[in-house]
Design a protein around this ligand. Structure first.
Ligand code: ADP
Ligand code: ADP
Length: 227
């Protein structure tokens, strides 16, 4: 039973076609990576699934709902952005709790405090709740962004180049954390990266994109003869 499906999805900007007829099915609990060079359409695909933009043609479903007809329920899906997009004037805990305070999804205070604390513990930042983002290292900021996206317990987590702002050594450590989080939570991760090694380490399946198309799709071993 796929949790995300794209059928014949087309997206153009003016007379430039960014996505040509994309077909993709993502299984519940899978870790799928969109891999390819800059400009091949990875982020556009993610933005369409997240409901940030609409497709010109085709159909996208998320947890059974057609997101090409109406935007996805925010509780079904959340996104970790490349630059983390933390609110600089809010503490770590306030950043994480933010998604629980917006009016459409407002939770009672007790539940907000508990879920914020749980999300911070999940990423190993229980002792940083009252820090400001600028007091944190790059890796810690990345983890705040993860906690903020996970606090609403989405079924699908979209990750747009989540580790690309980090130096090589930290990136490798964070890859391990990301993989453990995925295993622990059992939810679906869809990640964009241009880093083949990162895709190989993390993914159950890799969709290799090229010029607005999915050129190949398969497991690391099917595509690259890797475990
Ligand atoms: P990737 O994430 O693989 O680097 P994108 O999905 O961001 O690629 O972009 C795919 C193509 O669509 C690129 O050529 C990019 O310049 C173009 N594109 C993306 N967004 C817009 C936009 N809002 N307006 C015009 N062109 C865009
Ligand atoms: P209020 O919602 O009354 O404005 P605050 O401004 O104190 O509450 O905090 C905003 C949200 O941040 C709270 O709803 C709570 O969920 C969360 N929060 C703040 N500090 C902590 C903390 N130390 N541990 C866990 N969650 C916290």
């Amino acid at each position: 039973q796929p949790i995300v499906t794209l059928e014949n999805v087309v997206k153009a900007y003016g007379n430039f076609t960014a996505l040509h007829n994309i077909n993709l099915e993502i299984g519940t609990g899978e870790f799928v990576t969109l891999l390819g060079p800059s400009g091949c359409g990875k982020t556009t695909t993610l933005r369409l699934i997240g409901g940030f933009e609409t497709a010109d043609q085709g159909r996208i479903t998320l947890a059974g709902s057609d997101v090409t007809q109406e935007p996805p329920y925010r509780r079904d899906i959340n996104t970790v952005f490349q630059d983390y997009a933390l609110f600089p004037h809010m503490t770590v805990a306030e950043n994480v709790a933010y998604g629980l305070t917006v009016r459409a999804n407002r939770k009672p205070k007790e539940e907000r405090v508990r879920r914020t604390a749980d999300a911070l513990a999940l990423v190993g930042l229980a002792d940083k709740a009252d820090r400001m983002p600028q007091q944190l290292s790059g890796g810690q900021r990345q983890r705040v962004a993860m906690a903020r996206a996970l606090v609403r317990q989405p079924k699908v987590l979209l990750l747009d180049e989540p580790l690309s702002a980090l130096d090589v050594k930290l990136r490798e450590a964070m890859q391990v954390e990301l993989k453990h989080l995925h295993q622990k939570l059992g939810i679906t991760f869809l990640m964009v990266t241009h880093d083949q090694e990162e895709a190989l380490v993390l993914s159950d399946r890799i969709a290799v994109m090229q010029g607005g198309r999915i050129a190949q799709i398969g497991s690391p071993s099917e595509l690259y003869d890797r475990p």
